[in-house]
Write a protein that binds this ligand. Sequence first.
Ligand SMILES: *Cc1c(COP(=O)(O)O)cnc(C)c1O
Length: 371
Amino acid sequence: MNVPFLDLKAINLRQESALQAAFQRVLQSGWYVLGRELEQFEAEFAAFCGSRQTVGVANGLDAIMLALKAYGVGPGDEVIVPSNTYIATWLAVSQCGARPVPVEPVAATYNIDPARVAAAITPRTRAIIAVHLYGQPADMDPLNALARQHGLKVIEDAAQAHGARYRGVSTGHLGDAAAFSFYPGKNLGALGDGGAVTTDDDAIAAQLRVLRNYGSRQKYHNEVAGFNSRLDELQAALLRVKLATLAQDNQQRAAIAALYLRELADVPGLVLPQVPAWADPVWHVFVVRHAQRDALAQRLAAAGIGTIVHYPVPPHLQPAYAELGFQAGQFPIAEAIHREVLSLPMGPTMTADDAAAVVRAVRAACSESAA
Ligand SMILES: *Cc1c(COP(=O)(O)O)cnc(C)c1O
């Protein structure tokens, strides 16, 4: 039995007629950018997160970058980022002209280690970006406490964690502002690019609305050097359809994760995700670790099971960041994670049979590697 890593077509075809109706509505409206669909999506997503404001933007990278800009982060500033994250978290900082300052994760949860953050704070530090990696919320209370103590902003990178909860509170409502991506493969995915910032701060939301639209509040009057970073009417209308089933989709992911956690618990050499008592993850991906990761991936591929590595090279060792002068070995926890992680198939259209096929293949592959 073949199980793809993620079946986006199957996910979207479940709502084929509602998505087509949304397309027709936008087509017939004759209004394609910054209109009613976006306003309604923003209100609905704010309600979903429990935040006062949502500002739709063009993608997740822009969401992080614009949130930093709205708080005035710029050249000469430093922003604390996880050493273990997707490179977009770092790029958002660089695009503001600021410097990303990496901090290692807790190995068991993959998320930034609050106990290591204080040592990275300098007089230039302006913000901490807490990434809820793989759909697991970061440990927010100690991060927020440190930020208050040092006068920093906390920006959530919630691109992988729509609907995850930390001590009962939803992502998007756990820091000063939060950035979301609606890239097609995310838990809430558009049929193209999209993103949003959520915040309780009305002044920051107003600033974001200016920044995303050429720095203008009134057409052809530009207060600041802004950006063209808008969530268009079509994607907003499609996202409204998909938002309606997000909670249910996340529950289906949780059921698959529970099955994996139960059925793979005793596999020698395989490290499963650990969920702290305060975390309610949304399983954007289900990440296991294995010392022979590449061999495991090959055996699974041969058995028809799709996997992906999130991620093979940490940001500090990417050629794109050569200018920062980091060396291999400087962030050993992130580097070990990048050598050993493998994401198993995960998604809201997976069945218990699919998951059982993955379990059988993983058990067989791991007993081969132990032999
Ligand atoms: C996807 C992602 C982003 C960027 O989102 P885009 O919409 O692709 O720009 C940022 N951070 C993390 C952790 C992501 O997974």
